[in-house]
Design a protein around this ligand. Structure first.
Ligand SMILES: [Zn+2]
Length: 289
């Protein structure tokens, strides 16, 4: 499944490929991809004549912003977009075709057929599902250390499941949560509220830098074809934790352990990410001025 950095890379590439193009007509070959409106013919009718103004992202959802409408698209497991010429033969598993007035076509392919598209009058997409309940964006300016700290305060939930909860913080995903917790030296099963101020700051900057590095790595390797599988990013080669069970930790050489937490494969170094936090040295009177 593509995670936030992959979706961000896809978004940037789509921006270069489709912005300024006007939709001539839309063909839907698999109606169940279209979740809103219910009537697929209406979906096609509303999109005809619309010009692509920008491609944005909210969590792992892409937002195609047009003159009057916004198309919200989720790639799920294997959805992918590609730009074609109208004369190119239709490939297998192509479910939606957006034909532009310039003769090019944006085609949506999805082998697993789990992807979704919702069409809203522009701006209304934030008031309704699936975007309505989404939590804070980790790469947005609003994701400050103070905002993060406020989110953790008083939560007895384990830190990893909390970071995977989309209503809390969007789009980090399993791989990058493991990477961020390692960078910050925090055990994935620690209670959120048990994190010290220093640990919270370390985790906040680890999340931001891990995601930014991944976006940078993904953004350098893509040209005209947009792959929704996460294969485009080169970041996989730089992973410090994820998928490295029993291999030695880059930091201390201790073998990396793997466990299952909240149903997700979880990698961590027991030495660098101890379950019990190190006690801060007590200094008499340190808290009082
Ligand atoms: Zn280690």
């Amino acid at each position: 499944m593509p995670e936030l950095p992959e979706v961000e890379t896809i978004r940037r590439t789509l921006n270069q490929l489709v912005v300024g193009k006007t939709i001539d007509r839309v063909k839907v070959l698999l109606p169940r991809i279209i979740q809103r409106p219910e009537d697929v013919e209406e979906f096609c009718f509303l999109l005809a004549g619309q010009t692509m103004r920008s491609v944005e992202r909210r969590g792992k959802f892409l937002r195609f912003v047009m003159d009057d409408y916004t198309l919200v698209s989720h790639l799920r497991m294997e959805g992918r977009y590609g730009l074609y010429d109208r004369n190119d033969p239709l490939e297998l598993h192509t479910h939606v075709v957006f034909s532009f007035t310039d003769g090019s076509e944006l085609r949506y392919k999805d082998v697993r057929q789990f992807g979704t598209m919702h069409l809203f009058p522009k701006g209304q997409e934030f008031e309704e599902n699936p975007l309505k309940k989404l939590g804070i964006e980790p790469l947005a300016e609003a994701f400050t250390l103070e905002a993060f700290r406020a989110k953790l305060a008083g939560r007895s939930t384990k830190i990893k499941p909390l970071l995977l909860n989309q209503e809390y913080i969007v789009g980090i995903g399993n791989i990058y949560v493991d990477e961020s917790l390692f960078v910050a030296g925090i055990h994935p099963e620690r209670e959120a509220r048990s994190l010290t101020r220093k640990e919270t700051a370390a985790l906040h900057s680890a999340i931001v830098s891990t995601l930014q590095d991944a976006v940078r790595a993904g953004g350098s390797s893509i040209k005209s074809y947009v792959n929704g599988q996460g294969e485009i990013g080169m970041f996989q080669h730089q992973l410090k934790m994820y998928g490295r069970k029993a291999e030695s930790c880059y930091n201390c050489d201790h073998p990396i352990e793997k466990t299952v937490l909240a149903g997700r494969g979880t990698h961590y170094c027991p030495k660098c990410q101890p379950m019990k936090r190190k006690r801060a040295k007590k200094v008499k009177g340190a808290l009082r001025p």
